[in-house]
Design a protein around this ligand. Sequence first.
Ligand code: AHM
Length: 338
Amino acid sequence: MQRITTLDEFIITRQKSYSSATGELTGLLRDIGLAAKIVNREVNKAGLINILGKFDQENSSGEQVAKLDIYANDRLIEFLKTSGECAGLASEELEDIIPFPARNNKYGKYVVLVDPLDGSSNIDVNVSVGTIFGIYRRLGNEDSPVDLRDFLQKGTELVAAGYVIYGTSTILVYSTGDGVNGFTLDPTIGEFCLSHRDIKIPAEGPYYSVNQGYYLKFDLEMRRYIDYCSDLNLRLRYIGTMVADIHRILFQGGIFLYPNTRKYPKGKLRLLYECNPLSYIVEQAGGQAVNTNLERILEMEPEELHQRTSVLMGSPKMIEEMKDFVLKYSPNIHSEIE
Ligand code: AHM
């Protein structure tokens, strides 16, 4: 029988292969893994204890948040604050950044952006939810606390990103820029174990993932492309938890679409908390991620913490085909190119 490799062992082995690595990023990733285990425990207990239900408050984007969102948010803050490597955190659940205090007169080298519990509308009905994270090297030096600029970095500056899906199994997938690996939580030993080495997204796949209920609210080019997917008899799968929809596409191939709608003219999903980290993973696995103007998500310039964007990501051949539809049917993009 092959010996298992735990997440901690894997991270440390990877660190040793970089002579310049100081171990700080390693420590940060391990802390995120630890926080994920604690959140997983609560997600699993959600049906058993009186933790379900809504807090009487709204998150910074004006949506009602479930109690587990707050729980996950608090655990991540707790673990990252004491890690020493993290200089501050921004969360989809919080209006502003949280700068962390110095340890031994030094502030951490990294900042972390998180969506603590993606897909929270699915919690009450026992459908998969997830945690998404992105890690950047801070811009200023370690003698001063972080400020907003440290968080408003383009996705191309990510040094690591990943997600955890709390599904039939709990799986953590991450990349530090040299491929993507997945780890399944073995509840009997309480460890994330390497289960999916060097994940590569299929060039094309059988799935398209979009909220088809908004079809009439999409622009013409998106409607044409969705019709084309349907004509091809592609299978429509939409969980409504971005992590879960992307997880399927990462392994089985396909395309995920959350275009702009009339209600969300710039798109609904958050650039910094959701789209950048997941685009990073998809690109690292060989896929592509763009917005409806066909700009690469990772190259978008962030202007504010809770910025939203349209997003189209997945298998490279399917994204290329989708781009052709956009170029053919979108009057705006045509005139910009001509
Ligand atoms: P949340 O942060 O409130 O959980 O919202 C994000 C979720 C994504 O996971 C998912 O892709 C999308 O919202 C679903 O939105 P809709 O219900 O509009 O299709």
